[in-house]
Design a binder for this molecule. Sequence first.
Ligand code: AKG
Ligand code: FE2
Length: 617
Amino acid sequence: FANDPEDLNLTSPVNRHHRVILTFPLVYCLSLLSRSLILIELLLQSINMNLKCNLLLLVICVVSLWADHCSCELFTAVIDIQKSLQQEQDLAVALEDYVSQEMVRLSSVKRFAETLKSRVKTDDTNSTDLTHPVYAYLMLKRLGVDWQEHVKGKKEELKNSFESRIQNLSLPGIEDVDGAMDAIVRLQDTYALPARMLSTGKVSHEFNFSKSIMTADECFAIALFAYTKGDLYHAKDWFSVALGQMGDRTISSQGLKRSRILDYLAYVLYKQGHLQEALALTNELLVLEPGHERALNNRAHFERQLANELAAGGPRRKGDTGSAEDEEAIRHNAPHREGWYASAEFQRYKRLCRGQLLPGDFESVASNKPLVCRYHRPHAYFYLAPVKEEIAHWRPLIVLWHGIIGTAETATIRQLAEPRLRRATVQDPATGRLVTARYRISKSAWLQSVLHPAIENLDRRIELLTGLSVASAEELQGPPLVCTKQLNKSIYSESNLFLQVVNYGLGGHYEPHYDFAHRREVNSFERAQGNRIATLLYYLSDVPAGGATVFTDLGVRLLPTRGSAAFWFNLKRSGEGEMLTRHAACPVLHGSKWVMNKWFHERDQEFRRPCSLDSNE
Ligand SMILES: O=C(O)CCC(=O)C(=O)O
Ligand SMILES: [Fe+2]
């Protein structure tokens, strides 16, 4: 059977060449890429058919160029995506130039072909003549070299000049389109957004981009993306929307066939146990393409299954009916959700991101103290301008300090960080190596205090505010943990003040984690500076939708506001990690989220935050 439910890969209508389709632009947040490709398509249509093949090559060449040269992972920082918008015009001009040069070249090739043809007609050379060395030489030259020079030489020349021109642009790559699709599906999953809503550019009640209505092709590509990842739940949603966007058409303007969507959708429905619906769609497909072999097989298979079920006493319990409960069950059973993504913690994380608070959230187990907002004067420095402190949680203490960093300061820091942004990494606990990961989508830059007086001022302010020393605060980006082995104490006290500035990407997030290192981790912070005793997380931007910082074990949700900072101790006074500080950055739904981390280390805090004999403190 084509549709053996045990064998997804074999029966799946997806094959490798679908990856090409996946490279097409689909997501409004990468609309520049989408428009570039539409431009290519328009150029294709507007010129004569002879050029079509040639230009198809051009498209392939552009796509492969993107794949080759762009390892910059634009999707991992919104600021980079914004910058690449400027490239669109340059790409359009480069393509237009290339097309006109190609047209000149092709007309010369055409002329050459005509000359050859007329020569053949008038030439009376016969095979005996070719025993003559001069005749033979002329003929061999003509056929061996001359035509190649005419056709191949110029082509290479044009292609190379076009390629080098394109290489100077930092265009998005295939990984960016994949990253954008991944982001869409992540946002959909985290914030429980229906594909229909997203397809019209609506990510929340406040944000509705009517400019960004997705076409059937664009929805289909996201569906395929989810499908290839084994995420049938979201694939089904997007295939359905793609079908809806087709209206009555049997083929879209970009060549997507209705039958193809029906094929996938029927299969996904079947995999989810919705036999009746799968059969209905397969029948619809067969009306369009009566000879469709897989559909014929499938129909027979579905009918047999339905008959078996009927014989066994009607449809299976809930499940074939597409009820909400069943959807939920499928969602949990979907292959890619096993383990972590199906865990209670991940569900709690998503709930907190959505802002669905439950009784007990924000409440300290060990304290009945009410949460308060107050003016805080930890030092005489703050006498005239007290800090606006909001207690978000008592034990462990998590506070928000509002207006702790000015708008001009946030702008300066963002400017300093921008050219230094690199894809954020995480440490592989087993090897100690820094690696990129899907669970952390952002770019970060490390700024030294001496870089700008604004940072030095800030450091002084936070030393007075937290009572902690910044002398052992985080060192160098690459790789900070490994570096601790090589750096000695004197280096720390000289180049001590580093800040990590982060710009999140599309749907950018950082899944639940601890900021402190576990003892079992290779290269844990222990050696030179000690572990990360506390975190100060500055918010350098507002985030219009999404992007909250959530503490999954405490049920605490902090909303970023430009100029505020969150502070908490990662370690107990005994030096043990505070396991309740597990926290995460929720996916950014809309906007460009900037944060800055200051990680304080244990060293130099001995007298500022002395140990306690109480192991719980
Ligand atoms: O951006 C946030 O909200 C949290 C960031 C964070 O936890 C981190 O960078 O370690
Ligand atoms: Fe963190």
